[in-house]
Design a protein around this ligand. Structure first.
Ligand code: AMP
Ligand code: GLY
Length: 458
C-alpha cells in the first residue's frame, strides 16, 4: 500500500477511524512512535528512533526543550493512562516506548493490553508482573534465588519479623546494606559502616522513612567489586545484549559526596570482556528470561542489569525494567543499527529477525548539573553556548525547558554531552571540551568520568 503520511494538525485524519486504519495496515500509522518521559534517557531514545527511515514522526510526552528538536512534545501527565491513550489515538501512534519505571510498575502495559482500542498498539516495557523485578526488591531477590542467579545473600524484613532482621544483621560484617523494597526515587538503599546504626536505620525504614516503599526492607550482604550496567532487549524469547556502560553515581570527583541520578558514563567498559559477557549470559541473562517464562510473565522490553564484578564473576545488584540514565545517552550513540526496527521487532516477539550492530568506538558522557544538586538547587537558569558544541557530539537534554525564547534549566541533571573516540582518552577530551561550551549559572560536573578506566587492569 502506498505510504500515506499524516501529520497532526491535518484535518483529514480526524475523519479516519483509527481501528479501520490499523486493519488496513496503513504504513504511515506504523511509523509514529511515542516516547514517554522527559529526561536525558528519553531524549537519547527519541534521537536514535528518529534516525530510522521507517519512522515518520516521534512524539515525546512530556519531553523537554531538547526532545522538541527531534520530534514533537506533547504536554501530558504520563501517570494518567487515559491521557496517554488519548495521545496514542489522536496521533495514530503505533509504537510506544516507556522511558521511566513508574508507569510500568503502575501497569501501563496491562492498561494497553486490556483496552480494546490499544491492544494492538506495540509497546516496549514489561507488564506489571514483570515490572516487579524493579518495583519490588524482595520479589527480585526471590526470583534470583529461585532461578539460581548470582546475587548477594539477603533476608527480607517487615515489622512482623524485625527481631529476626536485627539478628540477621549480627551475622553479617560491615558495611551493611539496607534496601527499601519498593521504588524510592533512587534513594532507598542505605550502606552503613556501623552495626548499631544499621539496626537503628532498619527500624526507621520499617517505620516509614521511605513511606510505604520501606514497609518491607531487604538486608543484603555487601558485595565488593566494580559496578557495570548491562542492557538486554528481550521479546521474552530472544534477546540482544546492547552496549554496556559504567555509571558514575557520586556527585564529587573520585567517587565522593552524595549519590546522584548519575553524573556520567563510559561505554564500552574494559573489564566487560567476551569471557565476562559469556558468564553474564549463561549465569544471568538466560536464567532470567527462562525464569520469566516459567512465571508466565510476558516480557517485551529492556532488562537493565546492575552488576557487581567481583573478581571476574558477575553478581546482580539490581534489576531495572528500563534503560539507565545517563547510560542511555552514551549507549544510543554506540548502536549502529536501526533502533526503531529493533524495538518494533521486539514488541512483535520477532527480535530474532532484527539486525543488530554496535560501534567499536568509545563513548564518554558528561552530565552537567545544577549547582547544589543532588540537594536543593535553583531552576530557571538561562542556558547558552549550545550552538558552540561540535556537531560530532550528542547533546541530550535532561532537565531543560523553553521559557519564552530561552532554554532554561528545569532539573538537577540538566544536559548530558556525549563524545566518541577511538579510546577513553580521546572521547574524554572531546566530551569535556564541548561540555565547557555550554554555560549556565551554577553549572557543575565531574571532571573524572572514565579516568579510572584508562589502563584498567582487572
Ligand atoms: P540499587 O538501587 O540496588 O542499585 O543500589 C544503589 C547502589 O548501592 C548500587 O549502585 C551500589 O553501588 C550499592 N549497592 C547496592 N547493593 C549493594 C551490595 N549488595 N553490595 C555493595 N553495594 C551495593
Ligand atoms: N544510572 C542508573 C539508573 O538509571 O538507575
Amino acid at each position: 500500500m502506498e505510504k500515506i503520511i499524516m501529520y497532526p494538525g491535518e484535518n483529514k485524519k480526524d475523519t479516519v477511524n483509527y481501528k479501520d486504519m490499523q486493519a488496513q495496515h496503513i504504513t504511515a500509522v506504523e511509523r509514529n512512535v511515542l516516547v514517554l518521559g522527559s529526561g536525558g534517557r528519553e531524549h537519547a531514545l527519541a534521537w536514535k528512533i528518529a534516525q530510522s527511515e521507517k519512522v515518520s514522526k516521534v512524539y515525546i510526552a512530556p519531553g523537554n526543550a531538547g526532545t522538541a528538536s527531534v520530534g514533537e512534545n506533547i504536554s501530558i501527565n504520563i501517570a494518567d493512562f487515559q491521557a496517554v491513550k488519548d495521545v496514542v489515538l489522536k496521533y495514530y501512534i503505533n509504537l510506544v516506548v516507556v522511558g521511566p519505571e513508574q508507569p510500568l510498575v503502575d501497569g501501563i502495559v496491562d492498561f494497553f493490553k486490556s483496552d480494546a482500542d490499544l491492544k494492538d498498539v506495540k509497546i516496549i516495557g514489561p507488564d506489571k508482573a514483570g515490572a516487579q523485578l524493579e518495583g519490588s526488591k524482595a520479589f527480585a531477590k526471590q526470583f534470583m534465588e529461585k532461578y539460581g542467579i548470582p546475587t548477594a545473600k539477603c533476608f527480607t524484613v517487615t515489622s512482623e519479623n524485625l527481631n529476626d532482621g536485627l539478628k540477621y544483621l549480627e551475622t553479617l560484617s560491615a558495611p551493611y546494606v539496607l534496601k527499601a523494597d519498593g521504588l524510592a526515587a533512587g534513594k532507598g538503599v542505605l550502606i552503613l559502616d556501623d552495626l548499631s546504626e544499621a539496626k537503628a536505620e532498619l527500624k526507621e525504614m520499617l517505620s516509614g522513612k521511605f513511606g510505604s516503599a520501606s514497609a518491607k526492607v531487604v538486608i543484603e550482604q555487601f558485595l565488593k567489586g566494580i559496578e557495570v550496567s548491562m542492557f538486554v532487549l528481550t521479546d521474552g524469547e530472544n534477546y540482544i545484549i546492547l552496549p554496556e556502560a559504567k555509571d558514575y553515581k557520586r556527585i564529587g570527583d573520585g567517587d565522593t559526596g552524595l549519590n546522584t541520578g548519575g553524573m556520567g558514563a563510559v561505554s564500552p567498559v574494559p573489564f566487560v570482556t567476551p569471557e565476562f559477557v559469556e558468564k553474564v549470559e549463561n549465569r544471568i541473562i538466560k536464567p532470567t528470561i527462562q525464569g520469566l517464562k516459567n512465571e508466565k510473565i510476558d516480557y517485551k522490553g529492556f532488562i537493565f542489569l546492575g552488576l557487581m564484578n567481583c573478581g571476574g564473576d558477575p553478581y546482580v545488584i539490581e534489576y531495572n525494567v528500563r534503560m539507565g540514565d545517563p547510560e542511555t545517552e552514551g549507549v544510543m550513540t554506540r548502536i549502529d543499527s536501526d533502533f526503531a526496527e529493533l524495538l518494533d521487532k521486539c514488541a512483535q516477539g520477532k527480535l530474532n529477525e532484527a539486525r543488530y550492530q554496535s560501534s567499536k568506538e568509545t563513548s564518554v558522557t558528561v552530565m552537567l548539573v545544577s549547582g547544589g544538586y543532588p540537594e536543593a538547587y535553583k531552576k530557571g537558569m538561562k542556558i547558552t553556548g549550545l550552538e558552540n558544541v561540535c556537531p560530532c557530539c550528542v547533546v541530550a537534554h535532561a532537565g531543560t525547558k523553553f521559557d519564552g525564547n530561552d532554554i532554561v534549566t528545569s532539573g538537577g541533571r540538566v544536559i548530558a554531552v556525549t563524545a566518541h573516540g577511538k579510546n577513553i582518552e580521546e572521547a574524554r577530551e572531546k566530551a569535556y571540551h564541548n561540555a565547557k561550551q555550554i554555560v549556565f549559572e551554577g553549572k557543575n560536573y565531574r571532571h573524572d568520568i572514565g579516568l579510572d578506566l584508562i589502563n584498567y587492569h582487572a
